[in-house]
Design a protein around this ligand. Structure first.
Ligand code: SAM
Ligand code: SF4
Length: 341
C-alpha cells in the first residue's frame, strides 16, 4: 500500500485509496467537459444529435478542479479531457492550466480534431501533454459518411498543428466498422509511418445512442494485426495496464500501430480507469448501470473528506467487467458521448 494521504481538506483524515474488491487500483481519470459535439458519428450519436444537458447541470471549472484534486489525493495520476467534443467547451486552456497545478503526472485530451488547429498552441502552452485525435477514414467522402460532416481536411490540419505544438506523440483513434472503413487499415498504417503518429484501431462498442450496434460490424483486433503483418513486420511493445496492444515496425520506421480490443479481448481485469461525466457523475466502468452523483453533494456543501469516502466506496464496489457478447449484457442508459470515451 502506498503512502497514507491526509486529505487536509477537513478535520477527517483518510487512508483510503481507489482500490476495488478485485485488487485493481484506479489511477486514470477521464473527465468529460461537455456532452455537446459538432459531429454525428454513426456509431455514437443520432443524426439529429441529442438533447444537450442543461448548462446549469454542467460542472464549472472550479467544480472539476475540486473533484479532480480530491481524486489525485486518492491516487489518480493521469487525467484525460474528453466529451462530447471537449473543444466545444469555451476557455478549455484555462482548465488545463489549473489541472496541471494539481499533483498529476499528465493531463491529455481526446478530440475529434475539427477545431484543434485553432487551439493546439494555447493548449500546449497551458500544459496539455498529448492529444488523441479521432479519425475513421482518410477519404473525405467516407469521413462525411461516418461523421455526417465534411471535416477531413480540418482534422488533418489539427493533427499537423498538434504535432507542431509538441502535443505528440499524437494518437489517432480509428473505430473500424466492417464493410465501411476496414479496407483502409493499411492506408492508416502508412499514415502512421509517414507522420510518426500512433494509429489505434478501436473495436466498435455497444454504446451508440441509436442502439443499432451488432457484433457483425466489429473488426477484431487480432484480425487487424494479422492483416497488417502480411504487409509490415511488426514488433510488439510492452503493454502494462494500457488498453491498447501496440506494435512498432521491425524496419525501424517511425510510427506505431495499436488495437483496442474491448469486445473481442476485454481487458477489464487490468482496468485502472474512472470516468467523471460533464454533469458530475462518477462511473467506474463504461458499461456500468450504476453511477455516483458527486455534483449535488458538492454543491450542497458536503465536506471534501466525505466526498473522498463516497468516491472510494464507489470504486470498492466496481464490478468485475462488462459482459458484451453474453446473454445478460444490457447496454447502459448513458451513451458514449454523455459518458466521455
Ligand atoms: N468527441 C471526441 C472524439 O471523438 O475524439 C471525444 C469523445 S469520443 C466519445 C471518444 C472516443 O470514443 C473517440 O475516439 C470515438 O471514436 C470513440 N467512440 C465513440 N463511440 C464509440 C463506440 N460506440 N465504440 C467504440 N468507440 C467509440
Ligand atoms: Fe462526437 Fe466524438 Fe461521438 Fe463522434 S465519437 S459524435 S466526435 S463525441
Amino acid at each position: 500500500m502506498g503512502a497514507v494521504k491526509d486529505l487536509g481538506l477537513a478535520s477527517k483524515a483518510t487512508t483510503r485509496r481507489l482500490v476495488d474488491t478485485f485488487g485493481r487500483v484506479a489511477t486514470d481519470l477521464r473527465v468529460s467537459v461537455t456532452d455537446r459535439c459538432d459531429l454525428r458519428c454513426t456509431y455514437c450519436m443520432p443524426e439529429d444529435g441529442l438533447d444537450w444537458l442543461p448548462e446549469a447541470n454542467q460542472m464549472t471549472f472550479d467544480e472539476i478542479v475540486t473533484l479532480v484534486s480530491i481524486m489525485t489525493r486518492l491516487g489518480v495520476r493521469t487525467v484525460r479531457l474528453t466529451g462530447g467534443e471537449p473543444l466545444m467547451r469555451a476557455h478549455l486552456p484555462q482548465l488545463v492550466d489549473r489541472l496541471t497545478d494539481l499533483d498529476l503526472v499528465e493531463v491529455s485530451m481526446t478530440t475529434n480534431g475539427t477545431t484543434l488547429a485553432r487551439h493546439a498552441q494555447a493548449l500546449a502552452e497551458a500544459g496539455l501533454a498529448r492529444v488523441n485525435v479521432s479519425l475513421d477514414s482518410l477519404v473525405a467522402s467516407r469521413v462525411r459518411e461516418i461523421s455526417r460532416r465534411d471535416v477531413l481536411d480540418r482534422v488533418l490540419e489539427g493533427i499537423d498543428a498538434a504535432i507542431a505544438a509538441g502535443l505528440g506523440p499524437v494518437k489517432v483513434n480509428c473505430v473500424l466498422l466492417r464493410g465501411v472503413n476496414d479496407d483502409e487499415i493499411l492506408d492508416f498504417v502508412r499514415f502512421a509511418r509517414a507522420t510518426g503518429c500512433e494509429v489505434r484501431f478501436i473495436e466498435d462498442m455497444p454504446l451508440d445512442a441509436d442502439r443499432s450496434w451488432t457484433r457483425a460490424v466489429v473488426v477484431p483486433g487480432g484480425e487487424v494485426i494479422s492483416r497488417i503483418a502480411e504487409e509490415f513486420a511488426l514488433v510488439e511493445r510492452a503493454r502494462g495496464t494500457h488498453p491498447a496492444a501496440t506494435y512498432g515496425f521491425a524496419d525501424g520506421s517511425p510510427g506505431t500501430v495499436g488495437v483496442i480490443s474491448s469486445v473481442s479481448e476485454p481487458f477489464c481485469e487490468s482496468c485502472d480507469r474512472l470516468r467523471l461525466t460533464s454533469d458530475g457523475y462518477l462511473r467506474t466502468c463504461l458499461f456500468a448501470h450504476e453511477e455516483l452523483d458527486l455534483l449535488t453533494p458538492l454543491r450542497s456543501g458536503v465536506a471534501k473528506a466525505e466526498l473522498a469516502e463516497m468516491i472510494a466506496d464507489a470504486v470498492w464496489q466496481k464490478g468485475p467487467g462488462h459482459a458484451i457478447g453474453l446473454r445478460e449484457f444490457e447496454q447502459p442508459v448513458r451513451v458514449m458521448s454523455r459518458i466521455g470515451g
